[in-house]
Design a protein around this ligand. Structure first.
Ligand code: PXL
Length: 280
């Protein structure tokens, strides 16, 4: 074998995306779902954890929620942002933050290092948290993180909260919600109807201030699947990291999630988990 060879061809460097999210120990949701989604879509994923969620099988699979120390969160973001400059790492996805303290820490880090694409999955409450704490978390998320977002993916419950509407019962309501959320945030909105809206199709509404588009696919059963919301937002982030336009990113993400729900993984938990390999 020759000891020297011609210069290697320039390596293809993958796009990079960071998720700032919680760990969910059964692997359905949270940072685990985000990283699997990034990988499946050809993006080099990195993660900063905000909290650890462990469902409790002895208590009806309720959430046990453990926030990480603000300093530990800030340290992770410092490491990620020092390793990859703003041109290498221009896409950040935000999942569960969980407490006002965490939100403050993350907001500060993101303000110091603005991202071209900031995809916010506005996870509002987690079962197992105090309702009072959830309200404070809700307000902090709206005040400190939503203004930084370039793309936001509220589910039915979150769309009600962010839009201030009393009910979202059909696709017309969901369109109204998407437009209201755009008006307060300036972020592209992908509002998810999921299994919460009546009818044969899972309907999402995309609105970017100009284009209003209904993305629809046949419902796969009537039960919500764990990781669908996380994976949708992560897929949007992955596509944006690769340079896709926002509407194309939304369409690809919807297809990704539909395929992942069709190929869902069941377990002893009372809900199935989306399989990110479903698109294969
Ligand atoms: O699906 C919302 C979600 C996000 N992030 C974490 C979670 C959950 C729901 O369980 O545990 C860490």
């Amino acid at each position: 074998m020759s000891s020297h060879s011609s210069a290697p061809a320039a390596l293809h460097r993958p796009s990079i995306a960071l998720t700032i999210a919680g760990s969910e120990a059964t692997g359905g949701a949270g940072a685990q779902a985000d990283l699997k989604t990034f990988q499946q879509l050809g993006v080099f994923g990195i993660a900063a954890l905000t909290c650890i969620v462990s469902f409790n099988p002895k208590d009806n699979w309720n959430h046990r929620f453990m926030p990480l120390d603000a300093e530990v969160i800030a340290d992770q973001l410092e490491a990620s942002f020092a390793a990859y400059g703003p041109d290498d790492l221009d896409t950040v996805k935000i999942g569960m933050l969980g407490t006002p303290a965490t939100i403050g820490t993350v907001a500060q880090a993101l303000q110091a290092r603005p991202s071209k694409n900031l995809v916010l999955d506005p996870v509002l409450i987690c079962k197992g948290q105090e309702p009072g704490a959830a309200l404070a978390t809700d307000a902090a998320l709206k005040n400190q993180i939503l203004p930084l977002a370039t793309f936001v993916t509220p589910n039915h419950f979150e769309a009600l909260s962010l839009s201030g509407m009393e009910a979202i019962d059909d696709v017309e309501d969901l369109k109204e919600a998407a437009q209201r959320i755009y008006a307060i945030s300036g972020a592209v909105v992908l509002a998810k109807g999921g299994v919460r809206l009546y009818g044969p199709d899972a309907v999402d509404v995309y609105y970017d201030g100009g284009t209003l588009e209904v993305l629809s696919s046949a419902k796969v059963g009537e039960a919500a699947v764990s990781g669908a919301g996380c994976s949708l937002a992560a897929a949007v982030a992955a596509e944006l990291a690769k340079g896709a336009a926002t509407l194309d990113a939304a369409r690809t993400a919807k297809e990704f999630v539909t395929a992942g729900i069709k190929a869902r993984v069941s377990s002893h938990a009372p809900f199935d988990a989306l399989w990110q390999g479903g698109v294969r």
